[in-house]
Design a protein around this ligand. Sequence first.
Ligand code: SF4
Length: 267
Amino acid sequence: MGYHTHYVVDGGKARIILNVLVTPSEVMDNQPMLDLLWRTRFRWKLWPRHVTGDRKYGTEANIAAIEREHIHAYIPLPDHDHRTEFFSPERFRYDAWRDIYICPAGKELHFVQGQSTDRQRRYRAYVKDCNACPLKAQCTTNKQGRSLCRSVDEEYLDRVRAYQPTEAYKKALRKRSVWVEPLFAEGKDWHGMRRLRLRELKRVNCEALMRAAGQNLKRLLKKRGGRHRPGPAEAISAFFLAAFDWLAHTLRRRGLFPSRLVQITQE
Ligand code: SF4
């Protein structure tokens, strides 16, 4: 029993929460990422230059979709080097012109149609090359020789790997851990985020939205109030005043607000 709260946060100094979604805990973190991103873009008419997330969000599907929209995906990729004792795919160089891989021993791995799927293309070295190779113990135990899979979206993954040494990428990740992550700590320590008060998905989503609105309001008040830091009572009254103002404005625009009440308010 549990939930995950997802925030989409603007990377500016104000750290405005742009979107919130609560999902059941069995939903993987990476699954709602694209929906959240597209909705945020549509709702606030934004065209972000880059998006940042931690390793959990860095699935192939997410990265390819983000890059296809000409947004830089500053998301860490899985570290294959430490997953296996053999040479990781990063040790093999892809030659796009010839559509082959070159292995660390300088031999070629060719595309094998019969062992490929719609999403993955398989490349295999010649058996005679591998069997005569002094590096075979570090590369494979397969008698058929070493093989590699290349995703059809590998071009996008390569692009993301190329971002990793850049200062812009490092800065975005630093900023995320220092500016964005504390919003969750703030929510947990100050606004009861550790334990939801309501039950059922739609209700906990309402609760999370209210909490995020409160966090945004705090920043707004801080910006307007200069040096004065509002106490809890002032913050609550300011929140209700702002909510009432917004409601009155909406109702008035739609012609649903009682005119007498409008007059009284105006007086
Ligand atoms: S085992 Fe085969 S693929 Fe691996 S380094 Fe040697 S020749 Fe290259």
